[in-house]
Design a binder for this molecule. Structure first.
Ligand SMILES: *[C@@H]1O[C@H](CO)[C@@H](O)[C@H](O)[C@H]1NC(C)=O
Ligand SMILES: *[C@@H]1O[C@H](CO)[C@@H](O)[C@H](O)[C@H]1NC(C)=O
Ligand SMILES: *[C@@H]1O[C@H](CO)[C@@H](O)[C@H](O)[C@H]1NC(C)=O
Ligand SMILES: *[C@@H]1O[C@H](CO)[C@@H](O)[C@H](O)[C@H]1NC(C)=O
Length: 220
């Protein structure tokens, strides 16, 4: 291993480290999706939707059930049972059960390459008139967006709409709910943890740290 520990690996890991830092400051693309949805609605004289973190986290839970269901042609065939909303998503997020309200619509999609939020919206989530009419439905009052990337796998996007009371629905326990280990969702300012990049960079960083330790040991 010591032969592989050249100056190149240090320079390389420095670059990777910088990439990780800049990727982290990218923030949370799910909030951009909400902004685009609201801009599209107000452009058609419809009211803005409230950005609900509880609903967003539930959209992420829905996606986590679908990570194996993205076909090679970027279609997501995934139909988890309706009861999961109250039996799985709400408890996993720490959404207070009595505050779970009506889901008035959902959009799900996947893509085998990372996309920026605008592309994800137009290519994956709102590709046709049917999905556009869902975005522009008068029924909704709030929205939540989830996003997750699978290691070596597809990227999944999901939007949940609700017609619930925006001041009293999908309340997160303690204001924050349960911290999520993968993916991200709208309504909060926690940056995305989208598996792909991070896992590779973590391996490279681990390798360069082991190099450093090895060289220190050899010097002594
Ligand atoms: C809303 O989005 C659709 C689909 O991307 C687009 O065709 C339409 O022009 C948009 N409307 C506004 C007002 O932004
Ligand atoms: C995409 O792939 C799925 C499963 O492999 C297939 O059922 C579906 O017809 C394909 N869709 C298109 C648009 O090619
Ligand atoms: C995902 O796809 C598999 C195989 O097609 C199917 O059995 C399963 O029900 C799907 N999962 C969901 C949550 O729809
Ligand atoms: C929404 O919830 C708030 C707080 O619980 C309540 O005061 C208000 O009356 C509710 N609005 C509607 C339309 O139900």
């Amino acid at each position: 291993m010591s032969r592989q520990c050249s100056w190149r690996i240090y320079i390389f890991s420095l670059i990777v480290l910088l990439a990780v830092v800049s990727a982290k400051s990218d923030g949370n693309p799910t909030n951009d999706i909400v902004d685009f949805i609201n801009a599209n609605r107000t452009g058609s004289k419809l009211p803005k939707l409230s950005n609900s973190p509880g609903l967003g986290c539930m959209a992420l839970q829905l996606l986590l059930q679908c990570t194996k269901n993205c076909s090679n042609n970027n279609t997501l065939d995934c139909h988890p049972p309706e009861v999961d909303i109250t039996e799985v998503y709400a408890p996993n997020c720490g959404v207070e059960l009595p505050t779970v309200d009506t889901i008035s619509g959902r959009l799900l999609g996947c893509f085998w390459k990372p996309l920026d939020p605008e592309q994800a919206l137009s290519a994956v989530l709102v590709p046709n008139k049917k999905s556009l009419s869902l975005v522009q439905s008068k029924e909704h009052s709030e929205v939540g967006v989830g996003y997750v990337g699978v290691h070596h796998g597809p990227f999944l996007w999901g939007v949940l709409f609700s017609s619930g009371n925006t001041s009293s629905s999908f309340v997160l326990e303690g204001g924050k709910g349960i911290e999520q280990r993968s993916g991200c969702f709208s309504g909060i300012n926690v940056p995305c943890n989208v598996g792909n990049k991070l896992l590779l960079t973590e391996k490279i960083l681990m390798f360069s740290i082991s190099c450093l330790i090895l060289q220190v040991v050899l010097l002594v």
